[in-house]
Ligand binder design. Structure first.
Ligand code: UDX
Ligand code: ADP
Length: 475
């Protein structure tokens, strides 16, 4: 039977901490779950009707548990004191400075958390690493906890990486393929197993040593990203040979050893995990002198960069080698559908390339805010130089428009580029949209979600990933 006295605190109310804790609170009504964050605005949003992250089904789960056994606050010390299980779910971005810049994970937030846990704790605590971390981070966390503790507190450290994907977080949390728990103390492991076993089949809860658990998370993401880069590499070959990448994917996906998932060619993968985790893996390999292994994995990221720039180059080439002053509708800015997250979104890179070609871009995304879009474009244009050049500032001010609908983004445009696979793009009224556009009306489907034949029939000049679309019949 689960220990009814378990009380949980989660440090970090982001895309991972928020939904995961909401699910635990939902499934374990007798366990107090306190989610804390240093960001007051984020916490206020978690306590309001407009949650800080968009995730289908999340609102309902939060509404059910909030006020009962789910609490959001900025009282980090209090939450640590009052709980016996502490999840660390803070961000671990790629380092932008010093040794390992551009590759290694920046562990400053993790370290701060560990120090705060050490100083606020009394008695025994189980500390659970939820954030994705380089292998052997638990070693550092354990040392900080044991050497910085002020009140004689003792600690067990567990690794419990989260495998949820954004956009399907609730489904993934409800029915995970597996829950992975790594640790040294079987008692501590059992306590966490008991939490998940409330709704997850015990056979799906895997327990390992700490290092296997930490490495499994990096490896899972590296393998998934590798599949996307592999099919994207083949998409380039399809375009020159006349093969169709979706047909190739379907054909190879029927091989039970390969399987059908994660074979959708696209403008490139994004998200906060894939690139960061691979670079982390690369850094780790280099650290241990495994340079060929590092180069092997780094190629997955290089291929992804190639795919993104190949897409923007193709737009320019197709539109008579110039997009200067031309209006391009960008449909979708999030890194995938059903999320408002834009971290590492391919759209950011494509928009930057088009802006540098002096295109005028009309961006529409159903969930991403105007402010977020402009911030992302500013950041990518600064790209390490420290400040935005006057030219780039002007480009963002003058050439970026954020539209309130897909129709208004496309109205008067020379082209549409689909960069996120939102369902609403599939059902757009393309006849009316075609009429509202400049001619020839170009359409670049970076997600291969549209009916290309039909669109060509309407008169669009259609270009997709990894396939040749028959010449359009101009209206
Ligand atoms: C990923 C892992 O799937 C998840 O297990 C881990 O916990 C976090 O990282 P996430 O980044 O949220 O999840 O989304 P995912 O569905 O993996 O998609 C990542 C990127 O790959 C998206 O940009 C998506 O559009 C792209 N992708 C995915 C493709 O281009 N083609 C595919 O076939 C699959
Ligand atoms: P993820 O996608 O991994 O959940 P996010 O960036 O969405 O990452 O969320 C991480 C959260 O962790 C942020 O809201 C950030 O404010 C919070 N955070 C970072 N450091 C601390 C800290 N020391 N104490 C509390 N919260 C923190």
């Amino acid at each position: 039977m689960p220990d009814s006295k378990t009380s949980i605190c989660c440090i970090g109310a982001g895309y991972v901490g928020g939904p995961t804790m909401a699910m635990i609170a939902n499934k374990c009504p007798d366990i107090e779950v306190h989610v804390v964050d240093i960001n007051q605005t984020r916490i206020d949003a978690w306590n309001s009707d407009v949650l800080p992250i968009y995730e289908p089904g999340l609102q309902e789960i939060v509404a059910e548990a909030r006020g009962r056994n789910l609490k959001f606050s900025t009282n980090v010390d209090q939450a640590i004191r009052e709980s016996n299980m502490i999840f660390i779910s803070v961000n671990t971005p790629t380092k932008t400075f010093g040794v390992g810049a551009g590759r290694a994970a920046n562990l400053e937030y993790i370290e701060k958390c560990a120090r705060q846990i050490a100083s606020a704790s009394e008695g025994h605590k189980i500390v659970v690493e939820k954030s994705t971390l380089p292998v052997r981070t638990a070693e550092a966390v354990k040392r900080i906890l044991s050497t910085s503790s002020r009140n004689g507190a003792t600690f067990d450290v567990l690794s419990n990486p989260e495998f949820l994907a954004e956009g399907t977080a609730i489904e993934d949390l409800l029915e995970p393929d597996r829950v992975l728990i790594g640790g040294e103390s079987s008692q501590a492991i059992q306590k966490l197993v008991d939490v998940y076993a409330r709704w997850v089949d015990r056979k799906r809860i895997l327990t390992t040593n700490l290092w296997s658990s930490e490495l499994s998370k990096l490896t899972a993401n590296a393998f998934l990203a590798q599949r996307v880069s592999s099919i994207n590499a083949i998409s380039a070959l399809c375009e020159v040979t006349g093969a169709d990448v979706d047909e190739v994917a379907a054909a190879i996906g029927t091989d039970s050893r390969i399987g059908p998932k994660f074979l959708k060619a696209s403008v490139g993968f994004g998200g906060s995990c894939f690139q960061k985790d691979i670079l982390n893996l690369v850094y780790l390999c280099e650290h241990f002198g495994l340079n060929d292994v590092a180069a092997y994995w780094e190629q997955v990221v290089k291929m992804n960069d190639h795919q993104k720039s190949r897409f923007s180059r193709n737009i320019v080439k197709t539109m008579f080698n110039t997009v200067s002053g031309k209006r391009i509708a960008i449909w979708g800015f999030a890194f995938k559908k059903d999320t408002n997250d834009t971290r590492e979104s391919a759209a950011i890179h494509v928009c930057r390339d088009l802006l540098r070609e002096q295109a005028v871009i009309n961006i529409f995304d159903p969930k991403v805010s105007d402010e977020q879009i402009r911030n992302d474009l500013r950041d990518v244009m600064i790209n390490g130089s420290g400040e935005l050049s006057a030219t780039d500032r002007k480009l963002i001010e003058k050439n970026v428009h954020v539209a309130s609908s897909k129709q208004s983004a496309a109205s008067g445009a020379h082209a549409i580029a689909v960069l996120t696979e939102w369902d609403e793009f599939k059902t757009a009224d393309f006849e009316t949209i075609y009429d509202s556009m400049q001619k020839p009306a170009f359409l670049f489907d970076g997600r291969n979600i549209l009916d290309h034949k039909k669109l060509a029939g309407l008169g669009f000049d259609v270009h997709a990933i990894g396939k040749r679309i028959e010449a359009s019949i101009q209206a």
